[in-house]
Design a protein around this ligand. Sequence first.
Ligand SMILES: [Zn+2]
Length: 138
Amino acid sequence: MRTYELDQSDFELIEMAMNVLEKNFDDGVYNHTVGGAIRCKNGNVYLGVNCYEIHGSCAEYIAIGAAITAGEREFETIVATHDKAHNHLLAPCGNCRQMLLNYCPDIKIILNDEAGNPVKVEVKDLLPLSYKRIIVSD
Ligand SMILES: [Zn+2]
């Protein structure tokens, strides 16, 4: 898997995701335990926290939903954070990997590599032989 080193803007993205989690963490309730941040190709950043429920939404979904709602369509990098995770970084769940691959197939994701170092990877490398939506039109 190809990995990329983090640059200053990536560390800032992690910091923003941590900050939005800290501002919205509901100690004792635990409905919001993950912070997310997505950077668009134009440099704009959108934030989100997860919303817990049986079919709740991950922070990545909330962040990309905020970006899409604001009219963004071109995405560069995304990160999800948890204050107790190694380097504060969480890898995206399978559902988020599929969503990110569908919405932004060239997005990079910040996570820990197998040695525990923070790196960026391409979403397509996180979901080999992935499901491809088939659209049938008339
Ligand atoms: Zn997820």
